[in-house]
Design a protein around this ligand. Structure first.
Ligand code: ADP
Length: 425
C-alpha cells in the first residue's frame, strides 16, 4: 500500500513545531523535509511523517536547488511542495510550476510575497489600500520625496519582509529619512540585502485581525477571524492572537468580503491563506498583507482548526499534492465551534536573559496545549530595531472568547522575562 502514499517536499519547516508534521500523518502523506539552515536536526529524531531529509540552499543557490529538486523528482517523483515560511513561497511556486505539480504559480506567489506588487494589485482591484510609495534601488531620493507627500504617520517596511522585521513607524516627514535608513540597515544586517526595496504607506489606525482561510478551485472558505491586538509602533511586536474575534455582523461580513476579494485580486485560487488586516476607524478593513501559506509556522492551523473544526493543515497538504479537500468548501465564514489563543510572551526589555517566570507552571494547565519556548536564560535579546525574536508562545484552547481574554490577562500579570545588562558573549 505504501507505494500509493503521496509524497510532498516541505521547505524550511522547524521540526520543533508539530502541527504540519502531525497533519501529514493524518492525511497519509509522506514528507521530504528541506531543513532550515539554522536548525540542526538529528536524523533519529525526525517527526514520523518525514521519510527523508533533502538539504538545499534555495536562498544562496536558487538554480542549484531547483536542479536538485528536478533530479529528485525524475528519480523518484513526488506529488507536491509546500512551505509555511513566507520568503520561500515564490521558490515553492516556481519549483511546482517547473515540475508540473500543483501550486499557485509564480506570478500569484510574487503578488503574495512582494509587498509592492501586492499593494498595486489590491489597489487595481479596487480594494481598500492605504496610499503608498515604493522606494527602489540605491537612490532613495525620488521615493523619499514622494513619500513626504503622504499623510503622516507612515509605516516603512521591507518589500520582502516577514515577521515584522524592520517594520517602523515614522511620525513626521522630518523623521522619514532616518527611518528609511534604519530599515535598510536592518535589511542589510538580517537579510544580507543592500539597498533593500521598501514600501512606505500611511499608518492605519485601528485594531488588527488575522484571517485564516482555505481555497479550492477559486472558492474561498474563511475558517476564522482572530483579534491581534492594536500595536501602535514605532516597532510592531506581535502580542496576542485570540479567535473568534467579537465583531458586529456587518463588520465581519466586510472582512470576509475583503479577504475573498483579495484572493481573487492576487490569483490565489487553491490552498491556505493567512491574511492580516486592520479595521480603520474600527470598521473598515484594510489588508496589511496576505500570505499564500499557513500562518505563524503552523499556529494558524491550531487556531483555525479549533475555531472552525476544519483540519486546515491536513486539507492544505491534500490540495498541495493534487487532491481535493475532504469537505465541501462554501464561500464565506464558517460558524465557530470553539475558541483558541496564542499569547506571545513580550520581550519586555533587552539584555541577557537571566530568568523566564511563569511559563513552567503553564504546561500543567489543561487549557494549554503548547508552550513553545524560543529563548532561554543566557540568550541575549537585542533592542529594536535589531529584533531577536519572541521568548515564547503559549497556545491554548478555550470554550469561548471571554475565557481566552481572562487567561491572557492573567498571563500579563504572571509571565515575565528578567535581564542582566551584561551582553558580552
Ligand atoms: P511583515 O510581513 O514583516 O509582518 P506587515 O506588513 O505585516 O509586515 O507589518 C507588520 C506589522 O506592522 C503589522 O502586523 C502591523 O501591526 C504593522 N503595520 C504594518 N503596516 C502598517 C500600516 N500601514 N498601518 C498600521 N500598522 C502597520
Amino acid at each position: 500500500m505504501s507505494a500509493a502514499r503521496p509524497t510532498l517536499v516541505l521547505v524550511f519547516q522547524r521540526t520543533t513545531l508539530p502541527w504540519i508534521f502531525e497533519a501529514a500523518e493524518r492525511a497519509g502523506i509522506d514528507l521530504v523535509l528541506v531543513p532550515r539552515p539554522d536548525e540542526e536536526i538529528a536524523a533519529d529524531r525526525l517527526p514520523p511523517a518525514v521519510v527523508e531529509l533533502l538539504p538545499l540552499d534555495p536562498e544562496g543557490d536558487r538554480a542549484g536547488a531547483l536542479r536538485v529538486l528536478r533530479a529528485r523528482h525524475a528519480a523518484r517523483p513526488f506529488q507536491g511542495l509546500a512551505t509555511l515560511y513566507d520568503p520561500m513561497v515564490p521558490f515553492v511556486a516556481d519549483a511546482a510550476e517547473l515540475l508540473g505539480l500543483p501550486g499557485i504559480g509564480r506570478d500569484a506567489a510574487l503578488g503574495a510575497q512582494d509587498k509592492r506588487v501586492m499593494r498595486e494589485r489590491l489597489a487595481a482591484a479596487g480594494l481598500n489600500v492605504p496610499r503608498f510609495v515604493r522606494i527602489d534601488g540605491p537612490d532613495a531620493e525620488p521615493g523619499l520625496a514622494a513619500a513626504g507627500r503622504l499623510d503622516f504617520p507612515v509605516v516603512v517596511k521591507p518589500a520582502h519582509g516577514f515577521s515584522s522585521l524592520g517594520v517602523t513607524k515614522a511620525e513626521t516627514p522630518a523623521a522619514l529619512r532616518a527611518v528609511v535608513a534604519g530599515v535598510r540597515r536592518v535589511c542589510a544586517a538580517k537579510l544580507g540585502v543592500a539597498d533593500a526595496a521598501l514600501v512606505v504607506e500611511e499608518y492605519l489606525d485601528g485594531p488588527e485581525f488575522a484571517v485564516e482561510s482555505l481555497a479550492y478551485g477559486g472558492t474561498v472558505q474563511v475558517l476564522s477571524i482572530g483579534y491581534k491586538g492594536e500595536p501602535q509602533g514605532p516597532y510592531f511586536e506581535e502580542s496576542v492572537y485570540r479567535a473568534p474575534a467579537e465583531l458586529p455582523e456587518a463588520v465581519r461580513d466586510a472582512v470576509v468580503r475583503e479577504v475573498v476579494a483579495a484572493h481573487a485580486a492576487l490569483g490565489i485560487t487553491d490552498g491556505p491563506g493567512h491574511t492580516e488586516l486592520r479595521l480603520r476607524g474600527g470598521a473598515k478593513p484594510y489588508l496589511l498583507e496576505m500570505g499564500a501559506r499557513i500562518g505563524g509556522s503552523g499556529v494558524s492551523h491550531y487556531v483555525a482548526s479549533r475555531v472552525s473544526g476544519i483540519d486546515l493543515a491536513a486539507e492544505a497538504l491534500r490540495i498541495a499534492v493534487g487532491g481535493a479537500p475532504s469537505f465541501p468548501l462554501g464561500e464565506g465564514l464558517r460558524e465557530p465551534v470553539g475558541a483558541a489563543a496564542n499569547y506571545i510572551v513580550p520581550c519586555g526589555g533587552h539584555g541577557r536573559i537571566t530568568a523566564l517566570h511563569g511559563l513552567a507552571e503553564l504546561r500543567a494547565d489543561p487549557r494549554v496545549d503548547h508552550v513553545v519556548q524560543m529563548l532561554f536564560p543566557g540568550d541575549v535579546v537585542r533592542p529594536h530595531p535589531d529584533f531577536t525574536g519572541y521568548p515564547a508562545f503559549v497556545i491554548s484552547r478555550h470554550a469561548h472568547l471571554a475565557e481566552a481574554e481572562e487567561f491572557h490577562a492573567r498571563l500579563d500579570r504572571t509571565v515575565r522575562v528578567d535581564y542582566s545588562g551584561d551582553t558580552a558573549s
